[in-house]
Write a protein that binds this ligand. Structure first.
Ligand SMILES: [Zn+2]
Ligand SMILES: [Zn+2]
Length: 310
């Protein structure tokens, strides 16, 4: 078993890992640092070690030296090499791409900026970031760790989700929360696609039964309820039913995509329950009741006992 420095030397000498991927191999050895910072420290320690060897007039490992000089562009080491009038051949191509991630880690900043822009339309407090599997890269990472017997590395997706999360927190007013977040952001870092899921909003209450108003909305005949451009993706045909009027009203307030509606009959009243799917804005009872009173069709329904859960 190599000691830590020997292991770092072997990796930097024989491979090109970007600074994040290099740092991530040693993630479990220190806390409170990003993998990038950890990678920079490892490289700096190696620069110091080689500089020490050069000053001492020792024979230095040329391949390791070349890697630090030309792939990691360590300028202070370069100056020392010039002063010593040493010749160090470029043993690797200068434009190397990371053997593990292939440059994927460079996309983190852009992805975070794009997500933060989209978040401007959402009025929620908390979020979490998930990263879809990147099987080939995770396999390469696992094989690399097995090859060097590394027991304290971290999974690449962990780092990507944490780093994107940190940036979103800086760029927006949202807070990161792993437990029951308002917004779930799913990132596909390879094809740069983003999926956003929000918690549904459930609204319950009572309605006084009015004989001349139908209760349920009709399913859209064009899409059979799936959602199409014709029905504005609600899956329902516009009409004067309680479901449609209430559904459209709550959808507009919460900027949701669809609703689900159900009722229970209780004496002369209807207990309704409506769920808003994929809302962008949190709504509360006071605000909804206020808006109901302003609305002619809704105020006629005699809505009471309104409760909202998110
Ligand atoms: Zn990498
Ligand atoms: Zn439709």
């Amino acid at each position: 078993m190599d000691d830590f420095l020997k292991l770092a030397r072997r990796i930097v000498k024989n491979h090109y890992l970007c600074i994040n991927c290099l740092g991530r191999m040693f993630a479990g050895l220190s806390t409170g640092l990003s993998n990038k910072e950890r990678g920079e420290i490892i490289l700096e320690v190696l620069v110091m070690e080689l500089s020490h060897e050069l000053y001492e007039g020792k024979r230095v490992d040329k391949k390791l030296l070349a890697s630090l000089l030309y792939r990691y562009k360590k300028k202070n080491l370069l100056e020392l090499v010039y002063r010593k009038e040493m010749l160090v051949e470029k043993q690797h191509s200068e434009n190397s791409t990371c053997e593990i991630c292939g440059g994927l880690m460079d996309k983190i900043d852009d992805m975070a900026i794009r997500i933060s822009r989209e978040m401007k339309d959402y009025r929620f407090e908390t979020f979490a970031v998930g990263v879809e599997r990147i099987s080939d890269i995770e396999k390469k990472e696992d094989e690399f760790r097995v090859r060097y017997n590394i027991k304290y590395g971290e999974n690449i997706r962990n780092e990507i989700s944490r780093e994107i999360g940190k940036r979103i927190m800086k760029l927006t007013k949202l807070n990161y929360s792993d437990t029951n977040p308002d917004i779930q952001i799913i990132v596909n870092i390879v094809n740069e696609k983003i999926k956003i899921r929000t918690k549904k909003i459930v609204i319950t209450g009572n309605i006084v039964r009015i004989d001349d108003i139908p209760i349920f909305a009709k399913t859209c005949s064009n899409c059979k309820g799936v959602g199409c451009a014709q029905c504005n993706y609600t899956g329902k045909t516009p009409d004067n039913s309680i479901e449609y009027i209430l559904g459209e009203f709550l959808l507009a307030l919460s900027q949701g995509k669809k609703w689900k509606f159900g009722v229970e009959y209780k004496d002369d009243k209807l207990n309704f329950r409506i769920s808003i799917i994929s809302p962008k804005i949190k709504i509360n009872e006071t605000q909804v009741l206020y808006k109901i009173n302003e609305n002619k069709e809704l105020s006629r329904m005699g809505i009471s006992d309104l409760s909202i859960w998110i």
